[in-house]
Write a protein of this length. Structure first.
Length: 193
C-alpha cells in the first residue's frame, strides 16, 4: 500500500458554533534534524558521537512546519522534544514559533527513544484532556509512533505526519490520515537562486 498523497487533505470538524477544531503539533525535533544532516552529509553521519554531541547548525525550517500545521486549524499546542543543549542556534526560530521546549537528557549515549515515548505519552494525555483538539501533527518519521496513530484514530482525531522522504518509515506514513514530506514544504537549497 502506498503512503497517502502529500496533497491529501481533510476538513477539521467544527466544535460547535462553527469554530474549527484546534491542532496539536508535536516535534521529535532531533529526529528531523538528524534526517536533514544525513541527507546533506551521508547516511550514518549524525549518529557518530563526534557529530551528534556537539553544537548543531540549524537545518530545520521551523516556520514552514508551523505554517503547514496551521493550515489544519489554529495551533493550540506546539511542543518540541529534544536534548536542547546542542541546539542553541535554533533559539530565535523556536522562540518566534512559540514552541514549548521539552528538555530530554539521555540516560546514556545510546539512549534512542526517550523523545518518542515522552511525545506519545503527552499526545495521549492531551487528547484526553482537551476535546477541542481535532488534528494532531507529528513531526518525525519513526515507526515508533504507530501505536499513537491507533489511539488517535480510536479517539476520532485526524493525524498528520511530517517527515523526510529518505528516513520516514513507510508504515508510519500510511498510518497517518495525511502525510507530508518535509522536502515538499521547504524547497531545497539547490532549487533556490
Amino acid at each position: 500500500m502506498a503512503p497517502p498523497s502529500s496533497a491529501a487533505s481533510f476538513a477539521c470538524a467544527p466544535t460547535g458554533a462553527g469554530a474549527p477544531r484546534s491542532v496539536a503539533l508535536y516535534w521529535d525535533f532531533e529526529n528531523l534534524h538528524a534526517s536533514l544532516v544525513e541527507e546533506r552529509h551521508g547516511e550514518g553521519t549524525y549518529g557518530k558521537t563526534d557529530n551528534r554531541f556537539k553544537v548543531q547548525e540549524p537545518l530545520v525550517d521551523v516556520q514552514a512546519v508551523i505554517e503547514r500545521a496551521a493550515s489544519f486549524g489554529p495551533v493550540a499546542i506546539n511542543r518540541a522534544y529534544c536534548n536542547w543543549q546542542f541546539f542553541g542556534r535554533y533559539r530565535d526560530a523556536l522562540l518566534q514559533g512559540g514552541i514549548e521546549l521539552i528538555q530530554l537528557f539521555p540516560p546514556g549515549q545510546s539512549a534512542k527513544n526517550g523523545a518518542d515515548i515522552r511525545l506519545c505519552l503527552d499526545a495521549v494525555e492531551d487528547i484526553q484532556r482537551f476535546a477541542h483538539i481535532g488534528t494532531v501533527v507529528i513531526v518525525g518519521g519513526d515507526s515508533d509512533f504507530m501505536p499513537l496513530s491507533q489511539k488517535l484514530r480510536a479517539q476520532g482525531r485526524a493525524l498528520v505526519g511530517i517527515g523526510t522522504r529518505r528516513s520516514t518509515n513507510r508504515h508510519w506514513a500510511v498510518a497517518c490520515s495525511a502525510f507530508h514530506y518535509y522536502d515538499e514544504l521547504v524547497p531545497s537549497s539547490a532549487d533556490q537562486p
